[in-house]
Write a protein that binds this ligand. Sequence first.
Ligand code: GLN
Length: 211
Amino acid sequence: MKKLRIGILGIQGDIEENSDAINEALKELQIEGSVIFLKNFTSVTEIDGLIIPGGESTVIGMLLFLQKVQLDLLKNKIQSGLPVLGTCAGLILLANKTYDKTVGETKQHLLEILDVTVERNAFGRQKDSFESKLNIPFLGEETFNGVFIRGPAITEIGEGVQILTKLDNKIVAVRQNNIIATSFHPELANDNRFHKSFLNMCLEYNNSKKN
Ligand code: GLN
């Protein structure tokens, strides 16, 4: 059986929660694998998938962009197929462009690898956090519990971007080839279907590397 190595960007945010969800998803799928916490991307060549967790996108971005060379390595890897799951702040960091209602364009560091524009804090502030049942055909018929904590919304998408679900007419999950990104926190849903779909993509990627 293949052994998967799943990298979780471990700078700030929902790191442990994603690690728990991955470990549970590995068990449920009966796939052997382990989680590696990454502070930089020197070991990005050794992983079969990357999670960019929720947290504070400006802080994660600032610390990430101190490592220019490794960032280029990461972007190349993603462009050549490395599966990525970005949740909340992770979605923001992957986006091409971000803004918010009060300051307009938020001049923050972005990976600019997901062809979307994102509105930060589109559902209000921390105190306005909420949960909502979402229809996500990509995961199956049963609804998914979306946990929104200062969540962003996707306001524009490029041609290669597929909408996975909307809430109140706002796009809150997308897929662009090997990248899945959500406004909400699947790692807090007690439902590992996002992490399992991601692991299946990682398995495919791992197989394609070896063949
Ligand atoms: N609004 C936060 C940001 O811009 C994201 C919130 C989250 O990841 N829960 O970074």
